[in-house]
Unconditional design. Sequence first.
Length: 348
Amino acid sequence: MADYGRGGGPSDRDRGGPSTVVVDSRSPVFEAYGLRDLNGHRKKVNAVAWNCDGRRLASGSADRTIRVWTPEPHCNVTKTERSDAEYASHSDAVSCIEWRPDHPDVMASCSNSKSDTNIRFHDARTNKQTAAVALSNEKNQCLSWSLDGFMLVVTTSADELVFIDTRKMRKQRQWSMTGHMKMSEVRWGPTPSMLTLALDDGSLRISPLNKLDAPIWRLASHASHTTCLAYSKDFKLLASGGSDALVSLWDMEEVICLRTFCRPDQSVRAMSFSADGAWLAYVSEDGYGTIDVVSTGTGELAATLNLKSYCECVAWSPAAQVLAFGGDDTKEGYGAVSLWAPPKSAAS
């Protein structure tokens, strides 16, 4: 077991984040990697997201706040790291954060709660909320920006997609699933005019924006509920996770399944590609949580992080080989963001 650094929290006392992590590194690429915490949240961290240039990291928590950090891209940090800003605009737990893909300062966030149905927008230059778009009384579950940043799509607990025009900051249109199908997640891609949906029948559905009822592809990925999905930065690779404990990796140029990865008997919660698409990290429900890092090229299991606190979010930086994930301290219940990063000599 390796103890790792602690940052500053809401008080000056020293405390842990997602506690001790047991790392099994099977690849020389990650042998020298280390872990450290960014402390400050008072409750569990539900979401982590990097901005488009990889300089800022946002975290959303059950304490109803969003914190923005400018972390060093290595593990050899000795000083206390504090967040640059804290946003307290939500009235319930923050469940999802997404930075605008073409703008390093603008982010959107939501709460998976009927008591807070606003989609909120913040600007890191002013550290203020810039807009709030009120939706219906359904829970807002997932956000995804269009590639040009002009549109934001929201999935709701009523299995609807709500499209927000981010130039006018108002709801543009709404689309509902037909039949008894349930949506888990939505992502813009693999082209600017398509959306990819993760569905509870184990499939991925890829449809043009103007014909969401007429999918171009239905990818059979899982034997049961598809729980999450992710695209590589260049949209050439698509990954999905399921409640069947499988991760499926797809080549989107040929639209074929390249390989599958298995975490025995454990549902997959979240996933993220590294900036170069060479690595895929995914969180599964093994104990409090396990993060596996696999090679997309060879299928090799490169590293496993056995967590000692509950985790359901993971994100690779788009600019460096740094992995962020969130959780809480099992002893005191505080939330923290953890960074798994190379040593300073390798990062520079």
